[in-house]
Design a protein around this ligand. Structure first.
Ligand SMILES: C[S@@+](CC[C@H](N)C(=O)[O-])C[C@H]1O[C@@H](n2cnc3c(N)ncnc32)[C@H](O)[C@@H]1O
Length: 309
């Protein structure tokens, strides 16, 4: 009862309802909220603190930036789910905020795309060596059976492409990446496509920071070849996977393109089918399917694991 009362009190104020409406469209930094709401930073920060304390919002720091998002667990999450649909969309304040938010998103997207453009050449060089991404993505959807599920974690999300691919099937999808620039690109992509069930955050494949057995689908899409310690990465993923959940690893089969190591920071030049199968097994995962996709210098392999106990 106390928790519900304090959450209700925290929501019952015009600026705080505006904040709820804005964050229902995706996570934002304090600076972005200050600029949209056109109020002083101390004032906005006070509102945010109160809403976090009451369990309506979650706060997380990424480098020098502090992000806020709607809490997705507990009393606050349930209250948010009831309140957000009741917010009057034609209210003058809300209309102003949504317009300002659209402007900020456009700016962010253009900046991030600038970064991506600078790096795109090296990505294209690798892409030209294997089957089309479309073929890999179709294979992934087929292996997963295009079924609805609850939570998904995309490890090393990069541009967020895997979130986009699985968003129609997931209730909630989170992408993590250690690169702030890539997260910025991913955020721009998610906002542009209005994928409100997807989020990205800074995170490390060796320390996922999610509840044990909380994820129904986990992906490593073209990430494992960067890993210093693939076993530790799979161990973390296995811990985070729910019983009945699936882990998908997509990477290259063993190859001899040494320039991928010298020029693209790959640590491993692909993985043998058995190596990954044993890796999964050593962390209690059963390999349920393996698919090889040929069509270029590099063979792409998909491993699907299930957690059965
Ligand atoms: C080649 S990109 C693949 C991106 C995405 N999965 C895709 O296929 O489009 C590899 C990504 O892994 C991220 N990465 C590398 N090491 C990581 C780590 N230890 N934890 C989380 N992400 C990592 C990189 O920042 C990069 O965005």
């Amino acid at each position: 009862m106390d928790q519900l009362l304090s959450a209700l009190r925290a929501a019952a104020e015009t600026t705080r309802l505006r904040i709820l409406a804005l964050l229902s469209k995706g996570e934002l930094t304090v600076g972005e909220l200050v600029s949209i709401l056109d109020q002083s930073q101390p004032r906005v920060s006070r509102h945010l603190k109160l809403m976090c304390d009451a369990g309506l919002l979650a706060r997380f720091q990424e480098g020098t930036q502090v992000f806020y998002r709607l809490e997705d667990e507990g009393v606050g999450a349930n209250l948010n789910a009831s309140l957000v649909p009741l917010l009057p969309e034609q209210d003058m304040n809300f209309l102003h905020d949504l317009r300002a938010l659209a402007g900020i998103r456009q700016d962010r997207f253009e900046k991030a795309q600038g970064y991506f453009r600078e790096n795109a050449q090296s990505w294209d060089e690798i892409r030209s060596l294997h089957v089309s991404e479309e073929q890999v993505e179709t294979a992934l959807l087929e292996m997963q059976g295009r079924q609805k599920f609850n939570r998904m974690l995309d490890i090393g999300t990069g541009t967020g492409r895997m979130l986009d691919l699985f968003a129609p099937y997931a209730s909630q999808a989170v992408g993590i990446d250690i690169s702030r620039e890539m997260l910025s690109v991913a955020r721009g992509n998610l906002a542009k496509k209005d994928l409100t069930n997807c989020q990205v955050r800074m995170g490390d494949m060796y320390k996922l920071g999610v509840e044990p057995e909380s994820q129904d689908l986990i992906l490593f899409h073209q990430v494992m070849h960067f890993a210093d310690d693939p076993s530790k990465a799979v161990a973390e993923a296995a811990k985070a996977l729910s019983v009945g959940g699936a882990l998908l690893i997509v990477d290259f089969a063993p190859h001899a393109e040494e320039f991928m190591r010298s020029e693209h920071a790959h640590r491993r030049l692909g993985f043998a089918e058995d190596e990954i199968i044993h890796l999964g097994a050593s962390h209690g995962l059963d390999c349920s399917a393996v698919k090889h996709l040929d069509g270029g210098k590099l063979r792409v392999t998909i491993w699907q694991f299930k957690k059965t106990a």
